[in-house]
Structures are given as C-alpha cells and as structure tokens.
Design a protein around this ligand. Structure first.
Ligand code: MEV
Length: 445
C-alpha cells in the first residue's frame, strides 16, 4: 500500500480558524514546523494595524510575500517628468526601463495619448421568443435598465461617467436561445469592476421582470433565464498609444558596432519577426508587460485583467502578434505601442494598500487616463531596451549582471565576497557555475 503523505489530508473549516492556528496547521505539514512558523512570522509586519490591512485583502492569509519596490527616474512623457514606481521580482526590469527612459530623455522623450476609455459589461441570457419583439421594446427596456440602476450610477454620473450605451446581440445561431446585452461604461478614474458588475446584476433582474409583464410578449415568451452577468476584461475601447521617435542619425550612439541606420533596420526586423512569428511575439509582448505589470502592481491595479486584455488585443487580426511596431520614414525612426489598459486611480486597492497609495502620490495623483499613458510608456521603455540589447550585445550580459546578486545570495555570500564578485565579473560571463567557482576560490584563499 502506498504510504499516506503528511499533506494528504482534508482540512475542514480552515477559513474560520485564527491566523496563528492556520499557520500551525500548515507548519505541522512540514518536516521543519518550528522553522516554518519562525520564517512565516518573520515576514509579518511588526505594526499590528498595518498587518491587519494585508490580512484582510485576502482569505486564509498566514504571512506576506515580499516583492521589491523600485523606481524608474527621468521618464519624460509629453514633456512631463515622472519618477515611476515599479514592483517586480525580475532583476533586470527596472534597469531596462530606466535605461530606455534615460536614452529617450535626450531624444525627445515619450509621447502618449489615450484613444478611448470605454469598458464593457455583458448580460448573457437564454430566451425563446421572437427577437423582433425584443428590438421593438428595446428603448423602453434600456430606459428600465437606467431607472433600475439609478441608485448605483448617480455618483458615477456626478463624476462625468456612467452607462454610455446598450447593444442587443442575437447569438441564437451559435448557441440555442442565447442572447447577450452588451453594455458600455465610462468609469472615470476607477477601474470600475464592482460598479459594472453591480449594474449588470440589476439589469438581469430588470430584464426578467420586464419580459414577464410586458404585453408584447406571449405567454410562451415570458421566461428569461439569466446565465451570467459580468464585465468583460477585453477593453479594446479603453485604448492607449505611446511612441518615441527621432532622426535615424541619433541612433548612432546606441551601439559601438552599428550605425544608426543599421541599428534601425535590425531593430525593425526584430519587431517584424514578432509580427509574423507567434513564439517570438509572445516573448516580445512579455517584455512589454514586464514594464506595464510592474506599474500596475505598484499602483494597486489588476495586472491579470490588463494582461488578458493585452493578449486578446494582440490577436485581434486573427493571429497573435506584437503589440509594438516600428516605422522608418523620411530619415526618422518611430517605435510605437498601442494596447487596451483598463486602469484605476481611485477605489479598490489603490487607496487601501498603503504603498499603492504612496505610488500614486509619487506620480502626482494621476487620473486614470494619465496612469494609462505612464504604464504603457513603461511597457514601451522595457520593450525598447530588451530589443535594443537583443539586436546588439545580447540579453544575457545585462541580465546575468543583475542576476549575479541572486546567485551570490543563493551561495550566502558575505558583503565582502559580493564586492569582490561584482568587481571580478565586470567583464566576464556570469553563470551559476562561474560564480560558484569564483566563491570557492576566494573562500579557499
Ligand atoms: C525577459 O523578461 C523579457 C525579454 O525576453 C523580452 C524580449 O525578449 O523582448 C528580454
């Protein structure tokens, strides 16, 4: 009989236990329970009130998981300078963003514009009846929707936002009896997920009662089944553009071996590869999201939603491809990025998480539109630096330099050993093995 592992147990009522008791249960599943408890507790915030904030963000919390908080200085967007907070664990991301920002600072800076701010919610329902009748009463129905949600939309309308449109989709050719009401929203400075979902659930109830009592519908048509009511994370109408451009001759300074014109061509080819090859496009876009996610996390935004929208947008022409593009024309090099970014600067974690709040203050309390431009710009800055390295000296040199500290920490290097290693590896290839050998050598001497 296979031996029952310690962790093969069903834990009942876990969420109702006190945090200390949850931690004890988890620790008991480990071989080193005492050390587990000590380690987990060592990451608790010493200020009980502050720790409580984090505990209440989620369920079943037993500790905090730290990720470095860095800043990228000198980011010039539309002539305004920002110091951009970035929360990310990957060692080279802030360095790449900063180096891209620094180079463009002297070459015209970044430009950005918000193309649209529309978000979408969907009411999915089943109904068996004559679609024309739904269309006939459509205006009356949407007025009913507005009345039913007036208590939710009043504040948003005061801020200039609210519901901006309704559309009925008859999808019965795809799924039997399936209809959808697609609703557009302007949620101003909030990401708006709760607002949209609350409105949609009210629409669902309103639709059911409207159809059940309206005389246009026959007895057989009075029953609506609400399948689900939920916002869509695909927000192609909430779109931002960011770009850099300069004379090709200015690119001469980017690499010792390539002229500006050669660099521009090689860079364009690298981006074109991401437009025709899905494998490369995925990595290319990942480099863009390195910058965007880091800003999203630092400002308390939902990076999963943003990524989902971005990758769908990258496939909008029927094939997944690069979100950024290059144009070389009349002696000018232009590198640009366009993507949907549904961000918020009020509500949600933005004010609850003390560091998200601090990040927004560091950025000068931006509107959601301004934050869209900032985050997209950091995506472009990261993408520029990554592709620049790839088409010149390669990515590993810079990457492994940043990774050197991680490797040194892995080998528990002392401060003195770290200093010696940084000096030694200045002009050498960093690898796990080479750092191991170097440390062995200096430890023996
Ligand atoms: C690494 O996190 C991101 C890159 O792979 C992006 C790219 O290849 O363009 C360097």
């Amino acid at each position: 009989m296979p031996r029952r592992r310690k962790r093969d147990i069903i834990i009942k009522g876990f969420s109702k236990l006190l945090k200390e008791d949850k931690l004890k249960i988890v620790a008991e599943l480990m071989d080193n329970s005492v050390e587990t408890i000590d380690l987990m507790k060592s990451f608790w915030h010493p200020d009980h009130q502050k720790q409580k904030i984090f505990d209440e963000f989620s369920e079943n919390t037993i500790s905090n998981f730290y990720i470095p908080y860095g800043v990228s200085p000198n980011v010039n967007i539309n002539g305004k300078l920002y110091l951009v907070p970035m929360v990310i664990e990957e060692s080279s991301v802030v360095a790449a963003a900063s180096s891209g920002a620094k180079w463009w600072l002297d070459h015209g800076g970044f430009h950005a514009e918000v193309v649209g701010v529309t978000k979408i919610g969907q009411l999915h329902f089943s109904w068996h009846g004559d679609t024309n009748k739904l269309r006939e009463v459509w205006d009356e129905l949407t007025r009913t929707f507005r009345t039913a949600t007036a208590h939710i939309t009043a504040n948003m309308e005061k801020r200039g936002g609210g519901i901006t449109g309704f559309e009925l989709l008859d999808l019965t050719d795809k799924i039997k009896d399936y209809y959808q009401i697609r609703v557009s929203f302007d949620t101003k400075d909030s990401m708006g997920a709760n607002f949209i979902n609350s409105c949609l659930e009210e629409f669902g109830q309103a639709l059911k009662s409207f159809v059940s009592i309206h005389p246009v519908f026959s007895d057989k048509e009075k029953e609506v089944t609400i399948i689900m009511a939920i916002l869509s994370n695909y927000t192609p109408g909430c779109l931002v553009k960011t770009w850099v451009e300069c004379d090709i001759s200015e690119l001469d300074s980017l690499d010792d071996e390539l002229t500006g014109a050669e660099f521009a061509e090689k860079f364009r080819t690298a981006v074109e590869i991401a437009e025709v090859d899905t494998y490369r496009a995925t990595t290319h876009n990942k480099g863009i999201f390195n910058g965007i996610d880091a800003v999203a996390i630092a400002t308390g935004n939902d990076f999963r939603a943003i990524e989902a929208a971005g990758h769908t947008y990258a496939s909008k022409d029927g094939r997944y491809k690069s979100l950024s593009h290059v144009e070389i024309k009349d002696g000018r090099f232009k590198f640009y990025l366009e993507l949907p970014l549904a961000l918020g600067t009020v509500g949600g974690l933005t004010s609850l998480h003390p560091l998200a709040k601090q990040s927004l203050e560091l950025l000068g309390k931006p509107t959601a539109e301004e934050l869209m431009m900032i985050a997209a710009t950091m995506g472009l800055a990261n993408n520029f630096s990554a592709v620049r390295s790839l088409v010149t000296k390669g990515i590993q040199r810079g990457h492994m330099k940043m990774h050197l500290m991680n490797i040194l920490n892995h080998f528990h290097a002392t401060e003195e050993e770290k200093e010696l290693s940084v000096e030694f590896f200045k002009d050498k290839v960093v690898s796990f093995a080479s750092v191991h050998d170097f440390l062995k050598e200096i430890r023996l001497s």
